[in-house]
Design a protein around this ligand. Structure first.
Ligand SMILES: Nc1ncnc2c1ncn2[C@@H]1O[C@H](COP(=O)(O)OP(=O)(O)OP(=O)(O)O)[C@@H](O)[C@H]1O
Ligand SMILES: [Mg+2]
Length: 240
């Protein structure tokens, strides 16, 4: 009983141990380095926001964390003792299979899952985004931009990620829809206790929800702090 109890020193709602640690990450494409010696720790249970302009290296950072882009130097330590993590990446834009139905899209993760992986039931995704239940038999390409965003988040969640990476979830969506999607994700992660990293250009998406904010500029982390210190962030933002 003692062995699996939560340490009393960790206040509820606060982030825990390091889940992913990036040490001196240099990564890029061809001869071009995008990330310039990035050090970053993502803590267990936190909602970390990364803010940066176009081309700052946000998507590149997510690709490195997800293991899709090997760094040129530095190292990524994932999970306790570096044993690795289940990571769900929701890519930028409309990342769905447009000719397949909504239901088929939600089945795709089953094909990708490792044997014995803890899949999240489709019903749970439907409860999160009820519109997907109503649109089950429609081709995903016929969904609105917001519905496609919900579907791509649902696909990533089916794999039961310990770390969910969201690449600009607000892009091209009306503020009310963004709020609805963010609330659904926030509620779901609180139920399941997974960690979320969101990259955005839209600071307002992160201000009220992120536990911690990091700003990235030209491939380097230039600010790391709490959303409560927003005056600093706004000042910094203007000088980008
Ligand atoms: N596959 C690629 N091949 C070559 N260069 C790339 C590739 N992907 C991105 N880049 C370049 O790397 C830099 C950083 O790109 P990245 O996509 O990480 O930026 P970002 O912060 O996500 O920008 P945005 O907000 O526009 O999505 C840019 O200059 C971009 O042109
Ligand atoms: Mg990007």
């Amino acid at each position: 009983m003692l062995a699996d109890s939560t340490p009393a020193t960790q206040p509820s709602g606060s982030a825990g141990q390091p889940l992913v640690r990036l040490d001196g990450i240099v990564a890029g494409y061809g001869a071009f380095d995008v990330l310039q010696a990035v050090d970053l720790t993502v803590r267990d249970g936190e909602l970390l926001g990364v803010i940066g302009h176009n081309g700052a290296g946000k998507s590149t950072l997510l690709k490195v964390i997800a293991g899709f882009l090997p760094p040129r130097s530095g190292r990524v330590v994932s999970g306790a003792d570096g044993r690795g993590l289940r990571v769900g990446l929701v890519p930028q834009g409309h990342a769905v299979f447009t000719k397949m139905t909504v239901a088929e899209n939600l089945q795709v993760p089953e094909l990708a899952a490792r044997r014995g992986a803890p899949l999240i039931p489709v019903d749970e995704i439907h409860d999160m985004f009820p519109i997907l239940r109503d649109r089950s038999t429609q081709a995903a390409g016929n969904l609105s931009g917001g519905e496609q965003r919900m579907l791509s988040i649902g696909m990533a969640l089916r794999l039961g990620p310990e770390l969910l990476l969201l690449d600009e979830p607000s892009l091209g969506l009306a503020p009310l829809l963004v709020k609805q999607i963010m609330e659904a994700v926030d509620e779901h992660r609180r139920q399941h206790g997974y960690t979320v990293l969101i990259v955005e250009q839209n600071l307002d998406v992160l201000l009220t929800r992120a536990d911690r904010l990091v700003a990235i500029r030209q491939g380097a982390i230039v600010w790391d702090g709490r959303p409560a210190d927003v005056e600093d962030i706004r000042g910094l933002w203007e000088h980008f």
